[in-house]
Structures are given as structure tokens and as C-alpha cells.
Write a protein that binds this ligand. Structure first.
Ligand code: AMP
Ligand code: MG
Length: 334
């Protein structure tokens, strides 16, 4: 396959993620209410998830050379009888961005564009988490739209849309982008181009006792007892920054924390590629390092999951080996 122009792909992906963020913000504003929170009603995130995927896939189908999208969702559930109410809401939100002429079938077909399962013959594809951090979304807190381009099992481009993280202009909402070998940048979420972006860099600290670490809000996603022991061993006294979604990578990439620990809570859980691809390249291109708990590189060459990895450790770089040494004392890395 001929070499593709990643700058053009980046432009396409930025438009896609901004469109998706628009719809996620409007759903979070209109549908996540005290009543839905009380009832633990997940329907707002279902609507936003599908609408976000429809918008990203349709934007990529229009402007990217690469058609394959490995997304978290497909539209099968929405095509079933009984799903009419959700389907109507999804279509209404897609129309809000793409225009009133979008048919139901068109919107569902766009969602299904993201249903690709990569195999050995798919050497280039996008991976998408239309809403990463669904629990944060439902709490009105942090979530991200995460889109990355993989080439021969390697992440070459990544975008994180973070509607509730502060942007470079001080407004709520930022977009982080990275191209392999070209650094990482922060943009405001609301713009229409990539002009005015600022480079981001990880923190330079080398003394772990001065570090801050972040981890999942959900204790089922990362072992918080082990992380507390590791933090103590590293001399860290500050409380962890608990944030949902790949916003954790955004925080490390911008130097606001130096460590992201994701410690397996179950032996058989395999991390999903869309939960890490975009975040990983943002941190690496900002100068940081990302491995699993054993110190192995994340291996994106095995389909939808990181089959050969366990957990994730992301740092600013200089302290990575010290962090891994502490992890190996408290986590069974065998
Ligand atoms: P976070 O917001 O960082 O806690 O991560 C959210 C992601 O955790 C979701 O997108 C899920 O794919 C993923 N997830 C679900 N179950 C687990 C688990 N047992 N261990 C690690 N990650 C999980
Ligand atoms: Mg996710």
C-alpha cells in the first residue's frame, strides 16, 4: 500500500472527533439529569455512544483514505424491535449535526461501518471508542472520544477529544492530537481547524516522591489497594487523581501528573485496543513512556484486544523503570 499523508488523515480525524464531541456534549447536557443518575439509567450514554460512532464513521468515510474502523459498537442492538425509542433519539442527534435529510438506515449503516474485526490482512485501520469513560459521562464528569490509526499493529496517529478537560484557551474542552515522530499538541475543542495548536510535553521530574499519579475512578478497572502500596513505596504522599477515561493519558501528556497506573483486577481481563491506542501515542509523543505492568510494549497487532499485555503503566519517562520496579513488588506480573 502506498504511503498515506498523515496530515490529511489527522485533519479528517479532528473533524470527526469534534463532531462527535458536539453530540456527546448535547446529550450530556439534555439527558443526564438527577433522575437518570438516581435510576442508574444508562440510556443517555447508549444514545451518545451510537450517535458519536455514527458521526466519526461518516466523517472518516468522507475524508479518510482508510475505510476500516474497529469500534466498540455495532448497530445490531438498535435494529431490534423494542429499540425504537433509543434509535429515534440516536438519529435525531445525528441529524442535528449532519442534517435533517439523514435517514434512519443511513445513520445505522454509519454505525455499522465501525464494526470491523481486524485480522492479519487488515494492515491499516482506525480504532474508535465513541465514548470512553461511560461512567464518568453519566456522572457529568470526565469522558473522552478516542480515535487512533493503526498501521501494521503500531499506533501512528491518535486523537483524544476531552469535552470536560480545560482547553488551551481556558475554556472547558480540549482536543489532543499526536502523529508518530511529530510530537503531541493541544487544541481547543470548539475550533474548526488545527491552527493555533500548542505543543504539549510531559513533566521532567526524576524524583518519584514529587510525582502525582492517576488511576480509574472505578476500582473494578484498576486495583486501588495495590496502587496505594506502590505509591507509598515510591514516596508519593499526594492522593491519587481519580479520573475516568483516557483523560488520564491527557493529564500525563500535559505534565499535570507523572504516572498513570492501571493494575489488573482479574487475570483473564484483556485491555481493549480502543481504550489505549489514542492515549498511548499522545503520551509517547509528549515525551513519556507506556508499557504494561511487566514493562512490555503494548502490542496492538492481535485484533480487538491487547492479548499479550496485562495492565498499563504510563509515565513521564525518566521515572518509568523505578515505577516498574515498585509495581513488580506488589503486583503478580508472572
Ligand atoms: P476507565 O475509565 O479508565 O476506568 O476505563 C474505562 C474502560 O475500562 C472501559 O472502556 C472498559 O472497556 C474498560 N474495562 C471494563 N472492565 C475492565 C476491567 N475489569 N479491567 C480494566 N478495564 C476494564
Ligand atoms: Mg472505553
Amino acid at each position: 500500500m502506498s504511503k498515506i499523508d498523515l496530515t490529511r488523515e489527522l485533519e479528517a480525524a479532528v473533524v470527526a472527533v469534534r463532531d462527535a464531541a458536539t453530540v456527546c456534549q448535547s446529550v450530556q447536557k439534555d439527558l443526564v439529569t438527577a433522575a437518570t443518575l438516581e435510576k442508574k439509567d444508562r440510556s443517555p450514554v447508549t444514545v451518545a455512544d451510537f450517535a458519536s460512532q455514527a458521526l466519526v464513521c461518516s466523517a472518516l468515510a468522507k475524508s479518510s483514505e482508510i475505510g476500516a474502523v474497529v469500534g466498540e459498537e455495532d448497530a445490531a442492538e438498535l435494529r431490534e424491535s423494542g429499540a425504537e425509542e433509543t434509535r429515534d433519539k440516536v438519529v435525531e442527534h445525528v441529524r442535528g449535526v449532519r442534517g435533517a435529510e439523514v435517514s434512519h438506515d443511513q445513520a445505522l449503516d454509519w454505525i455499522d461501518l465501525g464494526g470491523v474485526t481486524p485480522d492479519a490482512s487488515t494492515d491499516r485501520y482506525w480504532t474508535l471508542d465513541p465514548i470512553d469513560g461511560t461512567k464518568g459521562f453519566l456522572r457529568g464528569e470526565q469522558y473522552a472520544i478516542a480515535l487512533a490509526l493503526l498501521e501494521h499493529g503500531r499506533v501512528v496517529l491518535g486523537i483524544l477529544g476531552c469535552p470536560n478537560l480545560p482547553g488551551p484557551d481556558g475554556q472547558s474542552g480540549c482536543l489532543l492530537t499526536a502523529i508518530r515522530g511529530e510530537g503531541a499538541q493541544i487544541h481547543s475543542l470548539s475550533g474548526t481547524s488545527t491552527a493555533g495548536a500548542q505543543s504539549i510535553r510531559v513533566s521532567e521530574i526524576t524524583d518519584t516522591s514529587a510525582a502525582r499519579f492517576c488511576e480509574s475512578v472505578e476500582s473494578g478497572h484498576s486495583d486501588q489497594d495495590q496502587s496505594a502500596q506502590i505509591a507509598e513505596a515510591l514516596g508519593i504522599h499526594e492522593e491519587p487523581v481519580r479520573v475516568d477515561s483516557q483523560c488520564k493519558y491527557a493529564i500525563v501528556g500535559q505534565g499535570q501528573a507523572q504516572i498513570y497506573l492501571r493494575l489488573p483486577t482479574r487475570k483473564d481481563y484483556r485491555e481493549k485496543i480502543w481504550d489505549h491506542a489514542a492515549g498511548l501515542i499522545v503520551v509517547e509523543e509528549a515525551g513519556g513512556r507506556v508499557t504494561d505492568v511487566r514493562g512490555h510494549d503494548l502490542d496492538f497487532g492481535h485484533g480487538r484486544q491487547l492479548e499479550n499485555n496485562a495492565g498499563v503503566i504510563a509515565t513521564n519517562g525518566p521515572i518509568h523503570d523505578q515505577v516498574l520496579a515498585a509495581v513488580s513488588r506488589f503486583v503478580d506480573v508472572s
